[in-house]
Design a protein around this ligand. Structure first.
Ligand SMILES: C[S@@+](CC[C@H](N)C(=O)[O-])C[C@H]1O[C@@H](n2cnc3c(N)ncnc32)[C@H](O)[C@@H]1O
Length: 260
């Protein structure tokens, strides 16, 4: 898929591996540009994610599956190229699955594979459907300006468990140009915004404190690119027994947090 990346009027066009997109929406004060975004191509998105996460790529899915543990109804916001869906399905963890997405290309991909992914704009404030487990992976940072209302909405939608996975290493400000480029490409959304904001572990947990949402478990991918925060609401019988033994687990550091 070779396109031509157009820039400001008069700029020389040059070949790009990205499809062309002209967006009316743009940053405040920025000129209308042909925005390059990997979200227009699920294949490119998958490739960039694999390269970007490197050795952590597989772990970011297995950690979430390990937290879910039993088959149930899953709702995933900003489900992207459905990599997590594939993993959960292969592990037999999906009684049912609904994805919510904004990107037309990702919605098309889901339709092709017969997966129930619905058009949804997280910023719209529309009701979030309920499910046993609600998941948002590598996406909360895009909504950090509304996170103190979004996080409670997601928690309210979860009957049993809310899982938020967030990249906590900000590679978009790396000193290496290639790493910076990759990180920025990964976070440029269809409206042309480049989301350089990242939570740190501290600021993410402070958000949970602020929203009064309990953290029942913390996991980190091996190279610590992503933090997985689980909030268990109505523990299963097995989890009840475990909860009696240890209220909180941090699988990599042993640092615990007590649910309130
Ligand atoms: C960094 S990707 C994460 C995708 C996937 N969850 C993963 O971890 O690989 C962010 C996703 O959020 C989606 N997205 C961005 N803005 C959105 C919005 N306002 N409403 C719904 N989805 C949105 C993008 O289309 C993209 O698929």
């Amino acid at each position: 898929m070779i396109g031509v990346r157009a820039s400001h009027a008069g700029a020389r066009a040059r070949p790009s591996v990205f499809p062309i997109r002209y967006n009316a929406a743009h940053h405040a004060g920025a000129p209308a540009l042909a925005m390059v975004t990997i979200y227009h191509s699920p294949t490119l998105y998958r490739l960039t994610t694999r390269i970007g996460y490197g050795p952590d790529y597989a772990a970011r899915y297995t950690l979430i599956a390990d937290v879910i543990r039993a088959p149930g109804d899953v709702l995933e916001l900003c489900c992207g190229d459905l990599a997590l869906h594939r993993h959960l399905e292969a592990r037999g963890l999906l009684k049912s699955y609904i994805g919510l997405e904004h990107s037309g290309a990702m919605l098309k991909l889901a339709r092709r594979h017969g997966v129930d992914v619905r058009a949804f704009d997280v910023r719209s404030g529309d009701p979030v459907p309920t499910a046993d487990t609600v998941i948002m992976q590598a996406s909360l940072y895009q909504f950090h300006d509304i996170a103190d209302t979004l996080l409670p909405r997601l928690y309210a939608a979860a009957r049993r468990l809310l899982v938020i996975a967030e990249p906590v290493r900000n590679l978009s400000q790396s000193r290496r140009r290639s790493v910076r480029w990759l990180a920025r490409a990964l976070t440029r959304t269809a409206d042309g915004r480049v989301h350089v904001f990242r939570y740190t572990e501290g600021t993410l947990l402070a958000l949970y404190d602020h929203c009064k949402i309990p953290v029942s478990r913390l996991d980190r991918t091996p190279s610590r690119y992503e933090l997985v925060v689980s909030s268990l609401k109505a523990p299963s019988a097995t989890a009840d027994v475990e909860a009696g033994r240890r209220s909180v687990t941090d699988s990599h550091t042993g640092v615990g947090r007590s649910p309130r």
